[in-house]
Design a protein around this ligand. Structure first.
Ligand code: CMX
Length: 140
C-alpha cells in the first residue's frame, strides 16, 4: 500500500484546567489566540487555538460538560501537560486503513467530528511510542 500523506503538523495540544489562565504564558511568548473558543461536544472539551506558522497551531484543551471524557481522565492522572500532537492527512479513511494494516491501533472505527468540524481519528499512545497522535483530514 502507498504511504498516506502524513507529515504536516497541524497542532500540539496541551491539557489545561483553565483556558484563560493558561493562555497568558503563550501570549507573552507572542502567540495570539483566536477570539472564539470552541466546544467539541463529542470529545467533552473546550479549546482555544493560536496560530504558530502557516500550518501549525497550539491548542489549549480543557474539559467541558459533566461526562468524564478522555481529557478529564488525563488531567486527573497526569495533571496539566502535552496531551497529543495532530498531523494533517489528505484522506483520513485511507490513512486509517494504512495504519491498521501496518498493525497500529486506531481508536475509532469511523472518522469522528473534531475541532473546527474536521474529520479526525487518533492512534492509541500504546501503539505509538507513548504519544497520542491525532489525524485530521485536511480541508479543501
Ligand atoms: N498521551 C500519552 N499516553 C496517554 C494519554 C496521552 N494523551 N492518554 C492516556 N495515555 C496512557 C495512559 O497513561 C495509560 O498508560 P499506562 O497503562 O501506562 O498507565 C494508557 O494510555 C491507558 O490507555 P487506555 O486504558 O486505553 O485508556 P484511557 O482511558 O487512559 O484513554 C485514550 C486513552 C487515548 C484511549 C483516550 O485518551 C482517548 O480516547 N483519546 C482520544 C480522544 C481525545 O483525546 N480527546 C480529547 C482531545 C480532543 C480535541 O483536542 O479536540
Amino acid at each position: 500500500m502507498l504511504q498516506p500523506k502524513i507529515g504536516i503538523l497541524d497542532h500540539v495540544a496541551i491539557a489545561v484546567r483553565d483556558l484563560e489562565r493558561s493562555k497568558k504564558i503563550y501570549e507573552l511568548l507572542g502567540l495570539e489566540f483566536e477570539k472564539d473558543e470552541e466546544i467539541v461536544i463529542d470529545q467533552g472539551v473546550k479549546t482555544a487555538f493560536a496560530q504558530i506558522d502557516q500550518n501549525a497551531h497550539l491548542e489549549l484543551v480543557t474539559p467541558h460538560g459533566e461526562e468524564e471524557k478522555a481529557i478529564h481522565k488525563f488531567l486527573n492522572k497526569n495533571g496539566e501537560g502535552i496531551h497529543h500532537i495532530c498531523f494533517l492527512v489528505e484522506n483520513l479513511q485511507y490513512a486509517m486503513d494504512n495504519l491498521t494494516s501496518e498493525g497500529y491501533r486506531v481508536l475509532y472505527e469511523k472518522p469522528q467530528i473534531g475541532a473546527k468540524g474536521r474529520l479526525v481519528n487518533f492512534i492509541h499512545p500504546k501503539s505509538a511510542g507513548g504519544v497520542l497522535i491525532e489525524l485530521s483530514q485536511k480541508e479543501d
